[in-house]
Design a protein around this ligand. Structure first.
Ligand code: XMP
Length: 499
């Protein structure tokens, strides 16, 4: 059992996910009966226990929107100015399924060349024209590919060729997707502008999006405003208080105080400040790997704890600083301790498969935070590129020299005046393989976890933890040979398809 492995552990060995394996239980329920709903913090519940990491190659607004739509949540990284990070939060908060709330616009004096440029860069050409050339301006018309097909003079102004406002079908703010779909069918246009009572553009609906929009019954939403939930990371420096205030104003639901060693006076002070200044805000503190670190943050008012040190796929913290802990041990010990205070924990980093997610949850984590698993998806920041014929996206540690030079140094250095100090990297920069869209990947991860829980004979996370702490959930340590045996072996070659 977990208590034999982690507590009555005379050899003082720390274990990680690959070291342990779960014993099968009795199955008397179907796969789809497995309930993986959980808590992220004291006050935030999620239907899916997945969180995307605040890293600049993982979570910006697109990732956060997709995670929340599918029942998890994304934490926007802080390698942005405070204003830009707050703007990312606003984009998630404004998001309505099927409505484009930040469309690219042009103004009547823009030229055909501008339309061609947008088409080349972004692939679309149904562009709303407003008096300011921006979203929120008065709607003046719409230009589409058809309007520019036969035009050779690219300096021609758009007002000469656009469909003007009086000939446009529009929808009024508040329209639902079903009615918008009906209008689009009638007008046979590709785009439908949505305007407010002053005829200002508030969003745009695209026919192509309507076709691919499905319902997201699981989505993580504020029960009152119905807006998607989103988190954002901040550091522990004095200026991060101001950053937090801007994020709160933008509507952020949870702030993650991002630090590789969370048990510092700097972090305790900022956690206390956040809880006093923004009483409704949920605050996740960390990172920690021991109960003695956790207690300080719990006492400071943390609503959730992030667990993991030096175990992420891009981390070199254990190598460089000689400090950290194997992740299964860290998760088990901190979760068991924090449970007494009703504080959920987030197992952060080191997740390489659905089996690792199931193990993290079964050792007491309420959610898992993932970096490399979610990097390389369509929704992660950055462009795909090819190397040796393989399609890749960049993924880098926030402690890599490249990321630290963009601001994330604050996660690793607790010094008020670090401007001239020598940089010590605690992470690397690399690339991961293309995984396609999260819309297919997250359902695969969810189903993988359900399979694992079903095999272990547990129908919900609450049942898992009840069995874990009463020693009814059984684990064993795998010898190195057993670990080898548990992976693919003995084949000359094979192909691995995930789904
Ligand atoms: P995975 O394994 O999911 O890990 O890719 C993501 C987590 O790793 C942490 N992180 C770092 N840790 N140096 C570190 O020691 C780094 O440069 C670094 N960047 C990210 C972070 O906790 C993240 O969620």
């Amino acid at each position: 059992t977990a208590s034999q492995i982690f507590i009555k552990n005379p050899s003082c060995v720390a274990y990680t996910y690959d070291d342990i394996i779960m014993m099968p239980g009795h199955i008397n329920f179907g796969l789809n009966d497995v309930d993986i709903s959980t808590k992220l913090t004291k006050n935030i519940s999620l239907k899916v226990p997945f969180v995307s990491s605040p890293m600049d190659t993982v979570t910006e607004h697109k990732m956060a929107i997709s995670m929340a739509l599918q029942g998890g949540i994304g934490i926007i990284h802080s390698n942005f100015t405070a204003e830009d990070q707050a703007d990312q939060v606003r984009k998630v908060k404004r998001f309505e399924n099927g409505f484009i709330t930040d469309p690219i616009c042009l103004c009547p004096n823009s030229t055909v060349a501008d339309v061609i440029k947008i088409k080349e860069e972004h692939g679309y050409s149904g562009i709303p024209i407003t008096d300011t050339g921006k979203m929120g301006g008065k709607l003046m018309g719409l230009v589409s590919s058809r309007d520019i097909t036969f035009i050779t003079d690219t300096s021609m102004q758009i007002k000469e060729i656009m469909t003007p406002r009086e000939k446009l079908s529009v929808a009024k703010k508040g329209v639902d997707l079903h009615d918008a779909n009906e209008i689009l069918k009638e007008t046979k246009k590709g785009k439908l502008p949505v305007v407010n009572e002053n005829d200002e553009l508030v969003s745009l609906i695209a026919r192509t999006d309507l076709l691919k929009n499905s319902e997201f019954a699981q989505s993580s939403k504020d029960p009152v405003t119905k807006q998607l939930l989103v988190g954002a990371a901040i550091g522990t420096r004095p200026e991060d208080r101001d950053r937090a205030a801007k994020l709160v104003e933008a509507g952020v639901d949870v702030i993650v105080v991002d630090s590789s060693q969370g048990d510092s006076v700097y972090q305790l002070e900022i956690v206390k400040h956040l809880k006093e200044t923004h009483p409704k805000l949920q605050v996740i503190a960390g990172n920690v790997v021991t109960p003695s670190q956790a207690i300080h943050l719990i006492q400071a008012g943390a609503d959730g704890l992030r667990v993991g040190m030096g175990i992420g796929s891009i981390c070199t913290t254990q190598e460089v600083c000689a400090v950290g802990r194997a992740q299964a041990s860290a998760v088990f010990h901190v979760a068991k301790f924090a449970r007494k205070y009703g504080v959920p924990i987030l197992a952060d980093g080191g997740i390489k498969s659905t089996g690792h997610i199931t193990k993290a949850l079964s050792l007491g984590a309420s959610c898992v935070m993932m970096g490399s698993m979610l990097a390389g998806t369509d929704e992660a920041p950055g462009e795909y590129f090819y190397q040796d014929g393989v399609r890749l996206k960049r993924y880098r540690g926030m402690g890599s020299i490249e990321a630290m030079s963009k601001g994330s140094e604050k996660r690793y250095v607790w010094e008020n005046n670090s401007a001239h100090s020598i940089k010590v990297a605690q992470g690397v920069s690399g690339a991961v393989q293309d995984k396609g869209t999260l819309l297919r990947y997250i359902p695969y991860l969810v189903q993988g976890v359900r399979h694992g829980m079903q095999d272990a004979g547990v129908k919900s996370l609450d049942e898992t933890w009840e069995k874990l702490y009463s020693d009814k959930l059984r684990f064993e340590i795998r010898s190195p040979a057993a670990q080898k045996e548990g992976g693919v072996h003995g084949l000359h070659s094979y192909q691995k398809r995930l789904f």
